[in-house]
Design a protein around this ligand. Structure first.
Ligand code: PLP
Length: 367
C-alpha cells in the first residue's frame, strides 16, 4: 500500500534541469507555480483540504498552461488543479502496473522482450493529477548521470532489446545536449534499431521545441515521437508550430490520450481532438484507459463506456485518426488493445457484428 508518507513532497523544483544558458522555455519553466496561493483568485477554489492533496502529489503548473485554464472545472483545470476528491482515493497501490518489479536497472522498465522504457527524467513541465508515475514524479529529484549510465549499460548488455522508449517524467526536461548525448549513445549500440521519445512537452510547454532541438533530433533517425494530448483546447498555435518543427525534422509523430471523466469522455470532444491532431500531422496512437493510480477515482471512465466511445468514433472519424483503446493490465501483465467489441456472437459459419451505428449484421466467416 502506498502511504502518504511514502512519497515526499517536491523538494527540488526545477533543479538540475538543464544547462545554465537561459532559453525562453527555461524561463517559462522557472516561473512554474507549486502552491495554490500563487494561483489567481478565481482558480484557488476551496483551498482548505488541498494541502493534504499537494503533500501527496505536488501541484506544478507553468505560466503557459496557466494561461489555458479558464475555470477549475474546465478541461485543463481538471487535469492540473489539485482537487479534494483525490483524498478519497489515496489508499491504493502506488505502482499498479508493478513497474518497479520489472525494473532491472534503476531507470529501466523491461516488460516485453524486445523493447524497454528508459526513464531519463523524473520531472515534467506540469503535474497532471492523474499521472501514472506520480510515485516518481512527486519527488522531483532529477535522474542522475550515474543511473542513466547504468540504464545504457543494461541496454548494451541485452542484445534482445532493439527498441528504446525514452520516457519519464518527461525526457525533454533534459537539456538538448544531455538528450542528444543519450540518443547518440543509444544509436551507437548495434542491436538498438528504433528510438522513441514519449513526451508531453510539445503540448504543455511547446516553446521547448526549438529549431535547434529539432535539428539535433533529426540526426538520431529513425526517431519516433509520441506526444500526450487529452483535449482539443490543448492544441494551440504554439503546439501546432512545435509539431511542424518536429514533423519537418522527419519525426513520425503519434499521440497518446488518457480517457478522463469530465475532460474528454465525450465522442464529440474525442472526434475534435483526433481531427485536430491529424491536422498538425500527429497520428493518434493510443487512447488509454486510466491506470488505477492513487487519487484518480474521480477521473475513471467505465470500460464499457470507453469501448462504446471507440465504436462511435469509427463512423465519425477518418481511420487515420483512430487510436487503439488500451488497458494496461494490473501487476505488469502489459498492454492489451480492447477494440470496439463489435463481435457479438461468433458462430462456426457466421458472426454477428455490430457497426458504429449499432446495427447488427451477419457476416459469413468462411466465404
Ligand atoms: C507501454 C510500454 C511499452 C511500449 O509499448 P508499445 O505498445 O510498444 O507502445 C514498453 N514497455 C513498457 C513497460 C510499457 O509500459
Amino acid at each position: 500500500m502506498a502511504s502518504i508518507e511514502s512519497i515526499s513532497p517536491l523538494r527540488h523544483p526545477a533543479r538540475d534541469i538543464a544547462d545554465t544558458t537561459a532559453a525562453p522555455w527555461k524561463s517559462i519553466l522557472d516561473k512554474s507555480m507549486f502552491h495554490l496561493r500563487d494561483l489567481p483568485g478565481h482558480l484557488m477554489a476551496a483551498g482548505d483540504a488541498l494541502d493534504a492533496v499537494t503533500d501527496y502529489f505536488p501541484m506544478r503548473i507553468n505560466p503557459y498552461m496557466l494561461g489555458l485554464i479558464d475555470t477549475p472545472d474546465g478541461p485543463i483545470g481538471r487535469q492540473l488543479l489539485p482537487r479534494a476528491e483525490e483524498l478519497d482515493d489515496l489508499d491504493r497501490e502506488g505502482d499498479p502496473l508493478a513497474e518497479e518489479h520489472q525494473s532491472p536497472a534503476p531507470q529501466i522498465i523491461h516488460r516485453y522482450p524486445g523493447r524497454v522504457v528508459f526513464l531519463v527524467s523524473n520531472q515534467c513541465a506540469v503535474h497532471c493529477r492523474f499521472c501514472m508515475r506520480k510515485r516518481r514524479v512527486a519527488d522531483g529529484r532529477q535522474v542522475t548521470r550515474e543511473s542513466i549510465d547504468q540504464g545504457i549499460d543494461y541496454i548494451r548488455k541485452h542484445p534482445q532489446v532493439n527498441e528504446v522508449v525514452l520516457s519519464g517524467g518527461d525526457p525533454l526536461m533534459r537539456s538538448d545536449r544531455q538528450l542528444v548525448q543519450i540518443l547518440e549513445t543509444l544509436r551507437g549500440i548495434p542491436h538498438v534499431r528504433l528510438l522513441r521519445i514519449h513526451s508531453r512537452m510539445p503540448v504543455v510547454l511547446p516553446q521547448r521545441i526549438t529549431p535547434a532541438l529539432a535539428g539535433e533530433l533529426s540526426r538520431c533517425h529513425p526517431l519516433y515521437l509520441n506526444l500526450h494530448c487529452n483535449h482539443p483546447a490543448e492544441i494551440t498555435p504554439e503546439v501546432a508550430s512545435a509539431c511542424r518543427l518536429l514533423a519537418d525534422a522527419g519525426m513520425p509523430l503519434g499521440s497518446q490520450t488518457v480517457l478522463l471523466k469530465g475532460v474528454n469522455d465525450d465522442v464529440r470532444v474525442l472526434q475534435e481532438l483526433f481531427e485536430a491532431l491529424l491536422q498538425i500531422r500527429v497520428r493518434p496512437y493510443y487512447l488509454h484507459q486510466l491506470d488505477r493510480v492513487p487519487g484518480t477515482a474521480h477521473f475513471r471512465v467505465p470500460v464499457e463506456t470507453s469501448v462504446g466511445l471507440l465504436r462511435e468514433l469509427r463512423g465519425r472519424l477518418s481511420g487515420m485518426g483512430m487510436p487503439h483503446l488500451m488497458v494496461d493490465l494490473p501487476g505488469g501483465g502489459g498492454k492489451v488493445a480492447l477494440g470496439e467489441a463489435s463481435v457479438l456472437e461468433s458462430g462456426e459459419d457466421s458472426w454477428k457484428i455490430r457497426n458504429w451505428q449499432g446495427h447488427i449484421y451477419d457476416y459469413p466467416v468462411r466465404q
